[in-house]
Design a protein. Structure first.
Length: 547
């Protein structure tokens, strides 16, 4: 019968002991303290007897694994049990050399393993593989349950992504519906505003840009303009004091004051009106004054433009090339842009386009057919041949490259060690430029992943995960939004594994060009009359890298 199974040092210090019979700790320590005197060096025997107790032991590195049995115990069976316990001890310690510290750390696991081999003083007929299986507590039912739980997590993740896409589609549909509603109301306002024709130099720019941008997206909206308003009531509602048709010739003989056209502001070098022209009235900028402006003189600085069938379309397209550090410092920021003009009104084919630039003179390059001297002196675009008609196609007139621009959005990246070894936690947050007044759409930050083992902390975040990268998506970013950080944990060796990051975004309803160029007005070259025009500013990223 086996009394106890113990692990002790060569000096007899007890590290752990599992008693299978009624024995107190002091008695076990006393019995094991005699072992160093009984285990003589160089002896080929690993069995000793003293005071009615048999020691069956085996050296394990600098330790002893000892079985204490009675004198009548089967020595062959005890030796077999001892070898099985030695293999079990090695399995519990992970196959590394046995030391006092490691045995003390794994004491509970070792005692549990000894109980699998010996029960109530008698050894079990087991193999080492069976003992390992019992210690691992491998359960087929548990594995099935784990697979079910993992599948539920994957299904929940897919459902979350699907729900996020549905919410995004619903948000876009709502935005389109609101945009269509705003276009309808703005179109009515724009019709009343331009019936009396307000000069592009003096009219309120904000409604003009928003109106023209939306009209280009959803279809052209006709705008009436002209020197004298001949506006008629649209409906057939009650009209007080309406005369019969027989009385209309009498009204036709009465000279009514003509509606004055607001003047176009003169520019340096531009043609002026005939000498002695009277001063003109201040231009009307309020949309509440719908039709006419009281005339201060019969002639103005420019003659009024005839009613145009279509507007001249101006398109400014820009691409941003940005490089920043992971703490949000801008290393380089450059914009490359183009200005296209489509002269839709062929009744006035000879044009002069008045521009305003804020960059250096060498930043802007004009089309070879343009009068570059005129552009250098007055920022005015016109053909070199004054008698040549403006092309009827969408013509590229100016292109530019401007460095050291203001970046509308920057990102700070924080990387720290996670609680799990070999994992890092990455936190991204964005910061808008306080002077930026536009709206950013479809902002996406692509983060490289060294492995596919990554987890996003906040499941409500909008993101898309792939095997080699993770994309944080921000459908809409405005100055009124409170920045919400994005955090995830991924397996990585160092924070450099997550760089370089790529950023993409577009600017919706850009109030101005990043290249510091704008259109102030379009004139008829022959008569110096102002023409209505529409302007669209399109801005997107060509390259945005976070290193």
């Amino acid at each position: 019968m086996i009394l106890a199974a113990s692990v002790c040092t060569r000096a007899g210090k007890v590290l752990l002991s599992r008693q299978f019979q009624a024995m107190n700790a002091e008695k076990v320590q006393t019995i094991l303290s005699r072992l160093p005197r009984l285990a003589t060096a160089g002896s080929q025997h690993t069995v000793a007897e003293a005071e009615g107790v048999r020691y069956v032991y085996e050296p394990v590195e600098e330790l002893y694994l000892v079985l204490l049995t009675d004198i009548d115990s089967n020595i062959v069976q005890d030796l077999k049990t001892l070898r099985l316990l030695v293999q079990t001890l090695s399995f519990c310690l992970g196959g590394v050399p046995e030391t006092e510290r490691l045995v003390a750390e794994k004491a509970f696991d070792i005692i549990m393993a000894f109980d699998e081999v010996v029960a109530e003083g008698y050894s079990e007929d087991l193999t080492p593989n069976q003992v390992e299986t019992f210690l691992e507590m491998d359960s087929h039912e548990e594995k099935i349950q784990q697979i079910i739980e993992r599948n539920k997590e994957l299904e929940a993740a897919e459902e979350r992504k699907k729900r996020a896409k549905e919410l995004e589609a619903q948000r876009r549909a709502t935005a389109r519906q609101q945009s269509a509603t705003s276009i309808s109301s703005t179109s009515t306002l724009g019709s009343n505003r331009y019936d009396g024709y307000a000069s592009p130099f003096t009219q309120d720019p904000a409604p003009q840009v928003a109106f023209e941008h939306n009209s280009l997206q959803l279809g052209p909206v006709p705008v009436r303009s002209g020197g004298q308003s001949q506006h008629k009531p649209r409906g057939r509602g009650l009209q007080l004091g309406k005369k019969s048709r027989e009385e209309q010739p009498l009204m036709a003989d009465i000279d009514l004051p003509a509606a004055a056209t607001p003047p176009v502001a003169t520019r340096p070098g531009a043609a002026t009106s005939a000498a002695g022209a009277s001063p003109v009235a201040s231009p009307v900028t309020s949309p509440r004054q719908a039709h006419t402006v009281p005339a201060a003189a019969s002639t103005g600085a420019y003659n009024a433009a005839p009613a145009a069938a279509e507007k001249t379309e101006v398109t400014i397209a820009e691409g941003l090339t940005i490089e920043t550090t992971r703490d949000g410092q801008v290393q380089s920021a450059r914009v490359s842009g183009t200005l296209h003009v489509f002269a839709a009104d062929r009744s006035n084919p000879r044009l002069r386009i008045l521009t305003r630039t804020g960059g250096s003179a060498g930043s802007y390059k004009t089309n070879p057919k343009m009068d570059r001297a005129l552009f250098a002196r007055q920022n005015t675009l016109g053909l070199r041949d004054a008698n040549e008609d403006f092309p009827a196609s969408n013509v590229l007139l100016v292109k530019w490259t401007v460095d050291n621009i203001k970046v509308p959005i920057t990102f700070n990246v924080w990387v720290s060690e996670a609680s799990d070894p070999g994992f890092l936690t990455v936190t991204l947050e964005y910061e808008l430029d306080p002077e930026f007044e536009g709206v950013l759409e479809n902002v996406g930050v692509s983060v490289p992943l060294p492995t596919s083992n990554a987890h996003v902390s906040d499941p409500s975040s909008v993101y898309d995960q792939f095997d080699d990268h993770l994309v944080w998506m921000l459908p809409l970013v405005t100055a009124s939004d409170a920045p919400t950080p994005f955090e995830f944990t991924a397996e990585a060796d160092s924070e450099d594994d997550f760089f370089p990051m790529q950023v993409e975004f577009t600017v919706r309803d850009a109030p101005s060009a990043f290249g510091l160029i704008d259109i102030e007005g379009i004139l008829v070259a022959d008569t110096q009359s102002a023409l209505p025009f529409s302007k669209t500013v399109q801005v997107k990223t060509e390259s945005y890298v976070i290193r």
